[in-house]
Write a protein that binds this ligand. Structure first.
Ligand code: AMP
Length: 217
């Protein structure tokens, strides 16, 4: 199966992707995670992406398309879930061109729909552990000791792009540039819209039902 998961930042794409790839044995290709790895390695791409990411703007299409085409090429045949990519209509067009050349198609686009106010509350309260990657929330998922990871005692950090100003800009960017991506795929008739303010497990159940049906079709 080859899937695309769309949705505003903070809609829960990462969580649902992890569950989908585990259940259906797919590769998780997250453009944001790949960019953060590139930054950590101080690669040329990572350095070019830094400023855009920290301000909540999009990294230029040509850099992202090349990076994601490379990631898709390396994945095994079972398939993949694209998370955070494509984020502009131009990226979708370029992805289609690449897939056509590689003789591959997208089977379904999942679109997680969420209110801006919920995104703001979720993301600005998010904290993570730089050592083990565990994610917490200052109100909804508190660690046992404020600001300290339960697993390894490391001081928790806020992602630089989870501050109020940057989240507001990420949302603006999403509405202007990424929402039209769902409409682009809608023309082909394979978008599955899901309200993402429900319980996380409920959303997973809905997605698994849909994907089971897709596999049987
Ligand atoms: P994410 O973790 O998916 O929210 O991505 C973090 C940041 O990486 C975004 O705010 C963008 O600056 C950049 N980024 C991730 N994916 C893309 C993409 N497909 N196109 C352009 N920029 C991206």
């Amino acid at each position: 199966m080859r899937l695309i998961l769309l949705g505003a930042p903070g809609a829960g794409k990462g969580t649902q992707c992890k569950r989908i790839v585990a259940e259906y044995n797919l590769s998780h290709l997250s453009s944001g995670d790949i960019l953060r790895q590139e930054r950590a390695q101080k690669s040329e791409l990572g350095q070019k992406a830094q400023e855009y990411m920290d301000s909540g703007s999009l990294v230029p299409d040509e850099l992202i398309v090349e990076m994601m085409a490379g990631a898709i090429k390396k994945t095994p045949q079972e398939g993949f879930v694209l998370d955070g990519f494509p984020r502009t209509v131009n990226q979708s067009v370029e992805l289609d061109k690449y897939l056509e050349k590689a003789n591959k198609t997208i089977d379904m686009v999942i679109n997680l729909i969420i209110d801006d106010q919920i995104v703001l509350q979720r993301l600005t309260g998010r904290r993570s552990c730089p050592t083990c990657g565990a994610v917490y929330h200052i109100e909804n998922l508190k660690p046992k000791v404020d600001g300290i990871c339960d697993n390894d005692g490391t001081r928790l950090v806020q992602r630089p792009d989870d501050t109020v100003e940057v989240v507001a800009n990420r949302l603006k960017t999403y509405h202007e540039q990424t929402e039209p991506v769902a409409d682009y795929y809608r023309q082909n008739g394979y978008v599955f819209d899901v309200q993402a303010d429900m319980d996380v497990d409920q959303i997973t159940d809905l997605l698994f039902d849909k994907l089971d049906a897709l596999q049987k079709a």
